[in-house]
Design a protein around this ligand. Sequence first.
Ligand code: NAG
Ligand code: NAG
Ligand code: NAG
Ligand code: NAG
Ligand code: NAG
Ligand code: NAG
Ligand code: NAG
Ligand code: NAG
Ligand code: NAG
Length: 264
Amino acid sequence: MNFSNPFSLHIVFLSMLSFLSLNSHAADPFLLNQVCANNTFSPNSIYQSNLNSLLSSISSNATQNLEFYNTTSGQNTSEPVYGLYDCRGNVTIQVCRTCEVATVKEIKNKCSREKIVVIWYDECLLRYSNRSFFSTVDEKPRFWLLNRQNFTDDKFELFNKLLNMTMIDLAREISSNVPIGKKKFGTKEVIISAFQILYYIVQYTPNLNSTGCNSCLLAAINLLSWCCSGKLGCRIVFPSCNIRYQFHPFYRMAATAPTPSPEL
Ligand SMILES: *[C@@H]1O[C@H](CO)[C@@H](O)[C@H](O)[C@H]1NC(C)=O
Ligand SMILES: *[C@@H]1O[C@H](CO)[C@@H](O)[C@H](O)[C@H]1NC(C)=O
Ligand SMILES: *[C@@H]1O[C@H](CO)[C@@H](O)[C@H](O)[C@H]1NC(C)=O
Ligand SMILES: *[C@@H]1O[C@H](CO)[C@@H](O)[C@H](O)[C@H]1NC(C)=O
Ligand SMILES: *[C@@H]1O[C@H](CO)[C@@H](O)[C@H](O)[C@H]1NC(C)=O
Ligand SMILES: *[C@@H]1O[C@H](CO)[C@@H](O)[C@H](O)[C@H]1NC(C)=O
Ligand SMILES: *[C@@H]1O[C@H](CO)[C@@H](O)[C@H](O)[C@H]1NC(C)=O
Ligand SMILES: *[C@@H]1O[C@H](CO)[C@@H](O)[C@H](O)[C@H]1NC(C)=O
Ligand SMILES: *[C@@H]1O[C@H](CO)[C@@H](O)[C@H](O)[C@H]1NC(C)=O
């Protein structure tokens, strides 16, 4: 991680009483968090002009059915801007497009003067910086969202173990199988009991290699026991990767049957 980046010094904590449900906002992209680093550029600077073309390139590429896109604007100028967007695994292309258009709009509203920005929607992510970050594992700024309800007491420890184990497996699986530049996410459903299916997803930005991916995801999984132990739902979000689980479906599902839980 690059600590000269002012961004990595920010930590954002955010928690919510009830876990966000995807079903409640089918139409509009849902803003989760945004961080605009405290270093501004001046109007009419080279940075401003490079950023403008970066954002318009992102908007136009978002309308071209791309779910992931990274670009550098003003590569040969004194102040290049590096940017990427990435949609959540398995959203439809329409949702992805709408989301990217929303992020660009939001940035123009709220973070119009900052050099370094990350904005997270439920459906997508947009970030840019004056530093090339495409292949870097960035774990900060970060935040999490959780459902405060606990899993039943007698199964608490088993539940934590199961989560840790299945998340680690899924992280290993997706970080080893996908060539660089391809969409990087994995989902899994695990039957916990006759009435409960646990759904989870892990995802990272496609520029990371498998080592970077696995280390980012493991860092997120490690936080689970600290922030979300035994909780019915939790999401941990970094700039470079994120993980999430909950007891109702929040992504489009594969046709395969859920795996029975080995432990509960
Ligand atoms: C940004 O930095 C300036 C100068 O150090 C400071 O006065 C200001 O309060 C900071 N703003 C935020 C939001 O941290
Ligand atoms: C993205 O947008 C830029 C500028 O609008 C364009 O030149 C480029 O070809 C686009 N890339 C893709 C992959 O469509
Ligand atoms: C996109 O990211 C890759 C690293 O994964 C980098 O090699 C490439 O130059 C980037 N593309 C642009 C247009 O910045
Ligand atoms: C930047 O400069 C290099 C070498 O001078 C050149 O090959 C490249 O095409 C230039 N890129 C842009 C975007 O102008
Ligand atoms: C990015 O901008 C900040 C603030 O102006 C500066 O301190 C830093 O050196 C810049 N980083 C790079 C890689 O240019
Ligand atoms: C993977 O990317 C990291 C940077 O995130 C880099 O340090 C490492 O050398 C890369 N590993 C391989 C095998 O390319
Ligand atoms: C969940 O469990 C923790 C630790 O045992 C406890 O402190 C907390 O009050 C419980 N929360 C609820 C909503 O029951
Ligand atoms: C998760 O599993 C790994 C590998 O088995 C282990 O090293 C780690 O301590 C476990 N974490 C928790 C919180 O149980
Ligand atoms: C993504 O959604 C599609 C459509 O429901 C499904 O066929 C596919 O298996 C899903 N992929 C994953 C990895 O969940």
